[in-house]
Design a protein around this ligand. Structure first.
Ligand code: SF4
Length: 318
């Protein structure tokens, strides 16, 4: 099976995948998917915003950036008790992984103390833990590992070439540095990107090729469709067609066959048929719950019903 796992993918090769006849690409993705996973299983994660809004960064897609006039209001870091209440509810709804997101450029050391307590508490409930807190130093990554963190999410967002159009308050290399610190600390990596930010097909291929050149591949690869939020610079970004989105999922599956490919933000606006095609193209992870940080997500009941209609079951679930 190892011949399928490569770390030398080029942008041109990914472009060639996009250019395949749709059915050929899906067949290739689904064949690899079945080689590495039980194709009926979908891993379910829940994402909670533990510190919302007021972020000093300028990510053009993000309603939590303080500089954009959006409906998101800045809040303080949640208390340990409230986070644990949400984790208990997530577990009861079938989640096996609980992700905690904070709108920071990077965590301050005192904030990290509080997050470490949350990680400890969530793990004690029998859930896998994931955090997304911004950039991390080597020492901070090690502290999170000691607290028992299983996964760290840090997205590359888009291609190296297009990144400067989306974020100016940090650079691509800083993203890669944090990913290296996370990896060196022994924490699993969750890293993906967003489509629909006005990027070219070349940029989408560049994102996939950059992810697929990481060695090892990220264990989780979230592929997001931009949720266009009023007040952000990307509120009028051109919508990506459903078939192009499915091609992205398939390219992620083909290039990173053993990773969990997560259908992430933007599901609220996708038809059931599009989501079904995404599962066929190799997506095997979703976020459950009414909100993804601050943007809407399908209700858990709707997700359960859709999974039932497609004959999908929760991975590691009941
Ligand atoms: S994506 Fe994260 S870092 Fe960027 S503005 Fe939003 S909360 Fe801040």
């Amino acid at each position: 099976m190892d011949a399928d796992i490569r770390h030398d993918w080029t942008k041109d090769e990914v472009r060639a995948l996009f250019a395949l006849p749709f059915n050929d690409l899906i067949f290739r993705a689904q064949s690899l998917h079945r080689k590495y996973f039980d194709a009926r299983e979908v891993q379910i994660s829940t994402l909670l915003s533990i510190k919302t809004g007021g972020c000093p960064e300028d990510c053009a897609y993000c309603p939590q950036a303080a500089r954009y006039d959006t409906a998101v209001k800045a809040e303080k870091l949640m208390s340990l008790a409230s986070v644990l209440r949400e984790a208990v509810a997530a577990k009861a709804a079938g989640a096996t992984r609980f992700c905690m997101g904070a709108a920071w450029r990077e965590p301050k050391d005192r904030d990290l103390d509080a997050v470490c307590e949350m990680i400890d508490g969530v793990r004690a409930l029998g859930l896998e833990t994931c955090a997304t807190l911004g950039m991390l130093s080597e020492t901070q990554a090690q502290r999170l590992k000691s607290a028992g963190l299983d996964y760290y999410n840090h997205n590359l967002d888009t291609s190296p070439e297009f990144y400067g159009e989306i974020v100016t308050t940090r650079n691509y290399q800083e993203r890669l540095d944090t990913l290296n610190h996370v990896r060196a600390a022994g924490i699993h990596v969750c890293c993906g990107g967003i489509v629909g930010m006005g990027e070219s097909e070349d940029d989408r291929a560049g994102l996939i090729a950059t992810l697929a050149r990481l060695d090892p591949h990220p264990e989780s690869v979230p592929i997001n469709a931009l949720v266009r939020v009023a007040g952000t610079p990307l509120s009028d970004a051109p919508v990506v067609t459903a078939l192009d989105f499915v091609r992205m999922i398939a390219a992620a599956r083909v290039t990173m066959p053993a990773s969990m490919v997560r259908l992430s933000a933007g599901r609220e606006d996708m038809s059931e048929e599009t989501q079904a095609l995404c599962f066929l193209a190799g997506a095997n992870s979703i976020f459950y719950g009414p909100k993804l940080l601050t943007t809407p997500n399908p209700a858990a009941d709707d997700d359960r019903a859709l999974m039932g209609r497609l004959g999908l079951v929760a991975m590691g679930g009941e």
